[in-house]
Design a protein around this ligand. Sequence first.
Ligand code: UT7
Length: 337
Amino acid sequence: MTPHSSHANSPLPSASIIGTGSFVPKKVLTNADLERMVDTSDEWITTRTGIKERRIALPTKATSDMGAEASKRALQDAGLDASRIDLILCATVTPDMPFPSTACFIQKKIGATGAACLDLGAACSGFLYALETARQFVATGTFKTILVVGAEKLSSVVDWTDRNTCVLFGDAAGAAILQHRAKGRGILGTVMGSDGRHADILCLPGGGSKHPITPENVKDKLNTIKMSGKETYKFAITAMQNAALAVLKKTGVSAEQISLVIPHQANLRIVESLADKLGVGLDRCYVNLDKYGNTSAASVAVALDEAAKSGRLKRGDLILFVAFGGGLTWAASVLEW
Ligand code: UT7
């Protein structure tokens, strides 16, 4: 793996996170509920993944509804009006529809009439990819205020008869607002990379140009997530560790200096192995996958907002973000809060 890095110690203006927000649907689906749906058990799910429950959006709600709610909360947190947003970047693998972008629907729902909008797809690494993309625009002065959203309605693409996948995923959205702040160092550096040779081990094959929506493709369940769990797991362990170590090296920050690791919330065992490799206790890793399961592009965004709102972050703290996902993709960033 050769991560491509963006510049640490860059002479360009930095980008700070000046507000965060998140939204999770009210409906809770517990492991006990899943025991009644497929051949599984609370014991299996808990020991293999750490997940206890996940949230499920109402059938009438789309990804942009959750994204808009998280965005409104981030705007409120930043004390900004939606009219100040120059760009909305939405990371998602469950867009409202192939086009227009989910970012455009979020724009409409929050009234950010002056913004340019686009979606970005890097699966579970999507929020970190989007954050870094936003940073580049802030650094070059192209855009001043950027709303970065990670939002997913994974319940709409899960095969609820497949115990290998249906126990893992949930719905949620998180948002962060980026701006240059004279005194803030913000994002210190990022590494990100991909390996498309393994695109097929975690994918949603249907609904695109390769397998359009046809009665046959729907009958074959191509409109649902396909995953080789074991292979994904092995990749995840290596990718998370390598990306984390690479970004620490790049930014000249040691693991001991990191106040909080905010990892992608896929599996507690993956987080534990990352903590082990970094030599940090699990108490320095933010974990909420027990409550929400894997929410793909929303996962790091929601965890960041929860960590901020629960008082786990103090000004000047160094945060390490790490994610991996379908693609395969990986990303890690160090941010000074
Ligand atoms: O954001 C990226 C998204 N994906 C991931 O992060 C997934 C990464 N992979 C994982 O987290 C793990 O591989 C899983 C949690 C998906 C699976 O854990 P595992 O320890 O790798 O189990 P396994 O796939 O090797 O399956 C072990 C056994 C199998 O039975 P046999 O063949 O040994 O008889 C499975 O059929 O567990 C069975 N199994 C289940 N049993 C009860 C698979 N799913 C379930 C289930 N309940 N839900």
